[in-house]
Ligand binder design. Structure first.
Ligand code: GCU
Length: 611
């Protein structure tokens, strides 16, 4: 019997190992219908003529019928069980995912730690080796498959010894893991180090050096012989001190294509991250503007990448801050396959202590980036070895909703959150959805960094306020608050970043009258006396947001205490809420005091701001 069923409470047993997908689908259907106790029977069948991941649901009296492609049949079973559990009508017609690759990137290190992991240690690494509890992985595979996620990258993009040798020394273990995930339609991927050949006596990692290319070809042959359906390699190159083609004066197209060609014969994909910027910037330098970096590096290379290269671009031009505009790179590379990258791990957004439901973020991003502009989606994982996988039981909602948006980018946050809450906590789904989950992003934003400023966090671990924490550092992360003004001018008169957007967006952002309030200080440097559209001054708006954000957390806490959540979720959620309350108060007071000390402008309502 499982101890944690997340959003699948009707699936109480861990599925057996070694089933084929069709057998697994039948097993899940049988168990799910029994768990739902709904008096219905069901059948599922593979229809070889349907696309692999597609399915169709039908009902004939008391019998439900799932028909699907090789993997779609399993997706169909989960969709059926979900609809029955929620009392929803079955979707009509053939259902299929919008994106072929719906990826999770784990930042797990071989020592068992997880970079930016807030839910315990790795589920498959410990002590420098691959170690795992198969039942827990089967449960995870089921959670992923139940929302249609189909690629799992096992190791950190910052490949560090000994995980560096994953593809050399640990192939038998990878093969075992691949077999565990395969019936669920999940293909594995591994992060590789661009300089990996140098661990094997090759004196260079120059992508145009034949010895380097030959080494990768051999590796690819070994790997795909063992794991014929490995999805591919994920690479972080020339980024935050990782090695890359720049060392050899080569472009990122040359670097990526060399690797892509090694794995192309096996159908492998080369996922190349576009997170490249100068992380050794002098803070005095006001002309270099970090958000410009990805576009400047990659847009000139559009059309030069091989067909099996996917360029993976973070949703915003910085780094998963609470509020960023969408990355203009996503809008400008029509001749390159792109993957849009989110971070489910709440690095800058509360670290799975503070409640932060991401469905509204996904909606906002797809409202600005037409879904067909990208060919795949990826998200940094938010799970680990904690009993409930996610640290905070509500953080599960983020994996769930990412799956929903990856399947259908036209998804609506309200429906997605209602579905997750309805499945997980049916007795209080509505209140949880409306009063807690849906507003949680806005509330978090109100009590933390104002109006698109970003980077007011404590350096390194990134939890809690520190308005000057990144101000004099080398990471290109400045708000340049002074006694008169705050923000960065990114218009044509400033760093020019806004010019990277298509004309209509550029015009909207460049004019403070039309720039959305939430991004005002991302695009503009404005005096504290600037009058916002609603008549308030900028400084007053900063104070108001912080007071209001912290108050809203207090209200949220009151509501949370009344919810009949099952144990141990209730205790976990309440304990974390105490920390969120403290965090919100700390943010409110630190940020308000910071701006009061600079501006000397008191709060118009006379609320307490510390000197
Ligand atoms: C952030 C994060 C790092 C991570 C990096 C990345 O900067 O703090 O831990 O390595 O993103 O996306 O590669």
């Amino acid at each position: 019997m499982k101890t944690y069923t997340a959003w699948l409470p009707f699936l109480k047993e861990v599925p057996p190992r070694g089933l084929e997908t069709a057998e697994l689908a039948a097993w899940e259907l049988e168990q799910g219908l029994r768990g739902l106790d709904c008096g219905l029977s069901g059948r599922c069948a593979v229809d070889g003529t349907m696309p692999e991941e597609a399915y169709r649901l039908e009902r004939d009296g008391e019998t439900c019928l799932v028909t699907g492609g090789r993997i779609g049949v399993l997706y169909g079973v989960y969709a059926l069980l979900r609809a029955l559990a929620l009392g929803q009508a079955l979707p009509e017609g053939v259902q299929r995912p919008f994106y072929p690759a719906r990826m999770i990137n784990c930042w797990d290190n071989a020592d068992g730690s997880i970079e930016r992991g807030y839910a315990g240690r790795s589920l498959w690494f410990e002590g420098g080796a691959v170690r795992y509890d198969p039942d827990r992985l089967l449960e995870l595979a089921r959670l992923m498959a139940s929302v249609g996620l189909n690629v799992l990258c096992l190791n950190n993009v910052n490949v560090r010894d000994p995980a560096e040798r994953l593809i050399e020394d640990w192939l038998p273990k990878l093969r075992e893991l691949a077999a565990l995930f395969r019936p669920f339609g999940i293909r594995l991927m591994v992060s590789v180090d661009f300089a990996q050949p140098m661990l094997h006596g090759i004196p260079t990692a120059d992508p145009l050096d034949e010895r380097v290319a030959a080494w990768w070809r051999e590796r690819a042959r070994d790997i795909w012989t063992q794991i014929p359906d490995l999805y591919g390699f994920l690479v972080k190159a020339d980024s935050e001190h990782r090695p890359g083609p720049f060392t050899y004066g080569r472009s990122h197209a040359e670097g990526a294509n060399m690797l892509a060609r090694a794995i192309a014969p096996y159908g492998g994909k080369l996922v190349w991250r576009a997170f490249v910027y100068n992380c050794l910037q002098d803070w005095r330098d006001q002309t270099t503007d970090r958000p410009c970096a990805a576009y400047d590096t990659y847009v000139p290379l559009d059309g030069q990448f091989d067909a099996n290269v996917i360029l993976q671009v973070k949703n915003g031009p910085f780094d998963f801050q609470v509020r960023e505009p969408v990355s203009p790179t996503l809008l400008k590379m029509a001749h390159t396959s792109l993957a849009l990258e989110f971070q489910l791990a709440q690095e800058y957004t509360g670290q799975q202590i503070d409640i932060y439901a991401m469905a509204p973020l996904f909606r906002e991003v797809f409202d600005e980036v037409p879904p067909e502009k990208v060919q795949a989606v990826a998200a940094v994982s938010n799970f680990g070895r904690d009993g409930n996988y996610f640290g905070h039981p509500f953080a599960a909602a983020n994996l769930f909703s990412f799956g929903c948006f990856a399947w259908d980018p036209a998804s609506e946050p309200g429906e997605t959150m209602a579905a997750w809450a309805g499945l997980t906590y049916p007795s209080c789904a509505r209140t949880l959805t409306e009063e807690i989950l849906l507003p949680s992003r806005e509330i978090y934003e109100q009590y933390t960094a104002p109006l698109g400023l970003c980077w007011m966090v404590n350096p390194n671990h990134h939890y809690g306020p520190n308005p000057m924490g990144y101000e004099f550092q080398s990471w290109g992360t400045y708000h340049r608050a002074s006694r008169d003004a705050v923000g960065i001018d990114r218009t044509g008169a400033g760093t020019g970043y806004a010019a990277q957007y298509p004309p209509a967006m550029r015009a909207r952002y460049e004019n403070p009258e039309t720039c959305p309030d939430r991004l005002l200080l991302f695009f503009h440097r404005l005096p504290y006396s600037f009058v916002m559209r609603d008549g308030r001054t900028l400084i007053q708006r900063i104070y108001d947001d912080h007071f209001e954000g912290a108050e809203r957390v207090e209200k949220m806490a009151e509501i949370l205490r009344t919810l009949p959540l099952p144990q141990p979720d209730r205790d976990t959620a309440l304990a974390r809420m105490e920390k969120q309350l403290a965090n919100a108060r700390e943010w409110r007071d630190v940020v308000n005091t910071f701006f009061w000390r600079f501006s000397g402008v008191p709060d118009a309502h006379g609320r307490k701001i510390y000197d």
